[in-house]
Design a protein. Structure first.
Length: 522
């Protein structure tokens, strides 16, 4: 299995039609081909946990990597929660850098995780333990850490450096994976290799290939287009060498989801928090410069070479906080973040997100917007559920009604269209788990500002990442003896895991979701 994280199939098809990506084109021609539809589950940001666990969000009881910590009015990014589905199979499995694949929970699975993955979801682990040291001695550390989460669009030079760094990372990955599967751990039934560099590249460079992107005309766009192409070419080389070196009986190359223009970062990380803060308090925390607010129909740019998050951070006012005596008594415990009970679990602070600037006000607000990577997420400060809850259960539905109505009134000043596509509500507020929100806000299109008839202009703020998880489909190419080439149509992304168990002719020890993509094969 070769996972090409964030490999957008519509772009892949364009490149193959142009004579690029020869290894993937040859594989396509001999494979059963599927488009993978992740459905609303793509918005959880947990695509690789869905693959590794074989579980839907409903089955896993997990709807986001961001979890609310009620004990201290905080939010944390939490990693993998499950052993990989293939750990229970009677098969020798080797894994290299598959995100959210917790081999610490699976002593029978060999390999290395969190080497250079994009959003690894696990702490660095190798099995056997000495394997990581061997890899470092032979190849050195992963060479592209600096570029994994880069937002370089303000500078053509930084964009080029990011592209070179990510292509170098995927080439290093190809060398390590080949060594791992042919020399160090050659006795395997299932090998899983995942490349995260295409994910990083799509987020950094999408404005270069989308002519409708609001940043397509800036100086870095042409460089971004070439950089994205270079990373995809490197992905093609990885596929070619791994297939040639290992001579497997079957190959499955896949991406769990597609990519496109980012329509979530600025609304979900910057604008929604300010919107809810104004709605709840009547105060303003985000105060963009006059150069941005003078014409909110324009997309704000940042100084060349400056990270947009660093630029935004300059424009938050400091507002005196007033707390009731009840809140003050609890504040001491809130300022000490809760610790995970699992010493091996990945648990990240989200203090780098602008949303956390509002955190110490959450306890005194009727509702507040959590940090988010995808859809907007709003939590009601519900009495009896949150430690300093102020909204009584009898007022819960009205609070959601007011918030939803206000959100639907917001317009994008650049287009005049609503910024919200739709809003989803929690069904049972007291059954909400830490990863759920009372309101989930699904955005309609990229927006750098909101205009509300009463709350006024919110923003503008610049793009953070230019690409995001808005492509409609992932894909899977499956080839091997007895598998007929051809178009298999659109299937669920959750069908990948059961396809592997079927191809290995094993039944997992615990139930997984989805059905075999190849169930109709001869």
């Amino acid at each position: 299995m070769i996972g090409l994280d964030g490999f957008e199939i519509s772009y892949v098809d364009q490149l193959m039609d142009a004579g690029e990506l020869p290894a993937l084109a040859a594989l396509r021609d001999r494979s059963r081909r599927f488009l993978l539809d992740h459905g609303p589950s793509v918005r959880t940001g947990l695509a690789w946990e869905h693959f590794a666990s074989g579980l839907t969000p409903e089955h896993a009881h997990r709807t986001s990597m961001v979890e609310f910590v009620g004990t201290d009015y905080n939010a944390r990014q939490r990693g993998a929660r499950f052993a990989p589905f293939f750990s229970s199979l009677d098969a020798r499995a080797v894994v290299f850098d598959s995100p959210y694949t917790d081999i610490a929970r699976s002593p029978g699975v060999r390999g290395i995780v969190s080497w250079g993955a994009h959003d690894p979801g696990v702490i660095p682990t190798s099995n056997p333990p000495e394997l990581r040291h061997e890899l470092d001695e032979r190849f050195g550390p992963y060479p592209s850490d600096e570029w994994k989460y880069k937002r370089p669009w303000s500078s053509a030079r930084d964009t080029a450096a990011t592209g070179e760094g990510l292509a170098r990372g995927i080439d290093a990955r190809r060398e390590v994976a080949t060594w791992l599967l042919t020399e160090r751990l050659p006795d395997w039934d299932l090998a899983v290799v995942v490349a995260g560099e295409p994910h990083s590249a799509a987020e950094a460079f999408w404005h270069g290939i989308d002519p409708d992107h609001p940043l397509h005309a800036i100086p870095s766009a042409a460089v971004a287009a070439e950089s994205l192409l270079d990373v995809y070419r490197a992905g093609d080389r990885l596929v070619a060498e791994l297939v040639d070196a290992t001579d497997p009986s079957a190959v499955l190359v896949f991406s769990m989801g597609g990519m496109g223009t980012n329509n979530a970062d600025t609304p979900s990380m910057v604008l929604l928090q300010e919107f809810v803060y104004r709605w709840a308090t009547g105060n303003t925390l985000l105060r963009p410069p006059d150069a941005w607010t003078a014409d909110p129909t324009q997309v704000p740019l940042v100084p060349e070479g400056e990270d947009p998050l660093e630029t935004i951070s300059q424009y938050y006012a400091t507002i005196p906080r007033t707390f009731t005596s009840r809140v003050k008594r609890k504040l001491r415990s809130w300022l000490t973040p809760a610790q995970s009970n699992d010493a091996t679990a990945l648990d990240h602070s989200l203090d780098w997100q602008p949303a956390t600037r509002y955190r110490l006000h959450w306890a005194t607000m009727r509702a507040f917007a959590l940090p988010a990577f995808y859809d907007g997420r709003i939590r009601v400060n519900l009495a009896g559920r949150e430690p300093a809850g102020i909204v009584e259960l009898g007022d819960y539905a009205q609070t959601l009604d007011e918030l939803e109505a206000a959100l639907l009134e917001c317009r994008n000043p650049r287009t005049g269209e609503p910024v919200v596509d739709h809003v989803e509500r929690a069904v049972a507020p007291f059954s909400l788990d830490a990863s759920e929100a009372d309101l989930t806000v699904v955005w309609s299109a990229p927006a750098n500002a909101f205009v509300h008839p009463e709350l006024g202009l919110i923003g503008p703020a610049p793009f953070l990442r230019t690409g995001g998880h808005t492509g409609p489909y992932g894909f899977a190419y499956v080839s091997g003896d007895g598998i007929d080439a051809g178009d298999g149509g659109i299937r669920s992304a959750f069908d990948v895991a059961p396809t592997i168990t079927a191809m290995l002719d094993f039944t997992p020890a615990s139930e997984i979701d989805g059905t075999d993509l190849l169930a109709a094969r001869g």
